[in-house]
Design a protein around this ligand. Sequence first.
Ligand code: SF4
Length: 347
Amino acid sequence: MDNTIYQRIDGITQRILAGGEMTADEGRWLIRLDHDYLPWLMAGADRLRKTFRGDEVEICAISNVRSGNCSENCSFCGQSGHHKTAAPKYNYIPAEQLVEQAHRAREWGASDFGVVSKGWGVRGDKEREQLRDYFGELKKHSDIGRCASLGALDQESADMLKAMGMENYHHNLETAESFFHNVCTTHTYQENIDTIRHAVAAGLRVCAGGILGMGESLDQRIELAETLRNLNVESVPLNFLNPIDGTPMADQQPMQPLEILHMIAVFRYMLPRAEIRIAGGRHFLRDLQAMIFFAGASGVMIGDYLTTKGRQVSDDLKMLDDLKVRARGDTQQRRAAETPIVISATA
Ligand code: SF4
């Protein structure tokens, strides 16, 4: 064991606690630390989480309202029409079913509920009417936070969704810009960035993160974190690739539990004030799932994911109970307290 390594981690932690930040160079060092130092790193990440996000964690859930035959070729995704997968194909589910799912998510303690539709943006009157119906019904029947993930947005669509009652927009960058060509070629990284900017300009809370374990390098993971930091993204979902049969990434090896915890901690150091939510691929942590909060995560997605099954919700709720971690469930309070996010830098 090298004492100078402990001291260097402590020095970075203290600087962040005092209002500073970790440099990308330090991030590239931290992400290569031997796993022997992981408990120390996690202790620092846990301290940052508690200082900047408090003791409670945010729970969210999603509904995949329309699935399959997507025009885009994202190489990790079972819903792309470019790959032959077993992902279900269906058109918009009825609004009553969506409201039922939102009620269930609220009972689980979720503060936010995402309407997720395959595809690339809001196109056509029929789609607009369907979304108006969804958000109207959700607003009428539930106090849960209303999120959506609908692909690229221009400014007009972002403003329209805000007027419909949507509060949060989820749009992952997926990966670092320098790796994006391996992930998707039917749209550009710049479209992702523009979408985030349009959502922010519309006054929406933005949730944007990525998927780790797609073959990107450690430096590219830091590049992604840096881009998210430069965009001032407040909520960052982290996914870990779940290789789906029939996709170009089917043979990719899933990440190992300690590596996943290490990445969560590094993202906490890079984005100390962000809501870091752990989403798809969490099951690769196996018996270490409960450690995500000690590694710096401040949120978790429960229930099923888009085309893959999540863990039993009862097991997740038991886990939170055992950890004495409370859900930050008061959406109304958050609505009252929140101020619009300001983008501070270009990316
Ligand atoms: S990630 Fe979204 S845009 Fe890409 S293929 Fe899947 S559903 Fe389509």
